[in-house]
Write a protein that binds this ligand. Structure first.
Ligand code: IYR
Length: 225
């Protein structure tokens, strides 16, 4: 049985504008940075809702949309999340990480301390649904869950940037405490935690370079073209 089809509403971009549009978008994305220093300036709930709508427009395996976004602005809950994250991170930085891992993180200046989990006005926790649940309670298969949720996370990060806000792709490890604190069911696993807000007025970011195109792109064009 085939699904219902509707005409594709093609975007109104003349083909000869593709390069200019691609460059403009790339230049806008190039100014995005992961931030660890947030201001406590508020962000309206309506903004967060638009950002999550953008993220949830991502493609997914068999269109199962295997994600749940939990947006937290409640200071008491943010405090509990920070305490649990710092508990895990203290163990990680203290003993769980390898020497190589610690050396790799040194240029980023990260530590077990995560004040941004309380300072940022919103924490959005992205959960992956390992399977679906039908109305009668039986399970439904989900496909390519990590790929799907990873793409949704990318959309979310790009949407945050387009809104003039900042975020951090944060992975307190292990993340099991998030499902517990946020009351998520067993088939949902925390995938990423993204604080969202405005940067602190004195925010700094590490001086990092992105790999040049010739290090990340290999092209096979038709011979002779
Ligand atoms: N989850 C820890 C450690 C960490 C790991 C990687 I890989 C990073 O790119 C950054 C941090 C933390 O959030 O500090």
């Amino acid at each position: 049985m085939s699904g219902r089809f509707v005409p594709f509403a093609a975007p109104h971009v003349p083909p000869d504008e593709a390069l200019a549009r691609a460059r403009a978008f790339r230049e806008q994305l190039a100014t995005r940075r992961s931030l660890r220093h947030f201001s406590d300036a508020p962000v309206e709930r309506a903004v967060i809702e638009e950002l999550v709508r953008a993220a949830a427009s991502a493609p997914s395996g068999a269109h199962k949309q295997p994600w749940t976004f939990v947006a937290v602005a409640d200071p008491a809950l943010k405090r509990r999340i920070r305490a649990a994250a710092e508990h895990e991170e203290k163990l990680s930085y203290g003993a769980r990480m390898s020497d190589e891992w610690r050396r790799d993180l040194a240029p980023l200046g990260t530590t077990w301390e995560k004040p941004f989990l309380e300072t940022a006005p919103w924490l959005v926790v992205l959960f992956k649904q390992e399977h679906g649940v039908a109305p009668d309670g039986t399970t439904r298969k989900h496909y390519y869950v990590n790929e799907s949720v990873g793409i949704a996370a990318g959309f979310l990060i790009a949407a945050v940037h387009a809104a003039g806000l900042v975020t951090l792709t944060h992975t307190p490890s292990p993340m099991g405490f998030l499902a517990e604190l946020l009351g998520r069911p067993r088939h949902e696993k925390a995938f990423l935690l993204l604080p969202i807000g405005h940067p602190a007025h004195d925010a700094e970011v590490p001086d990092l370079a992105r790999k040049p195109l010739d290090e990340v792109l290999i092209v096979h064009e038709a011979a002779g073209s």
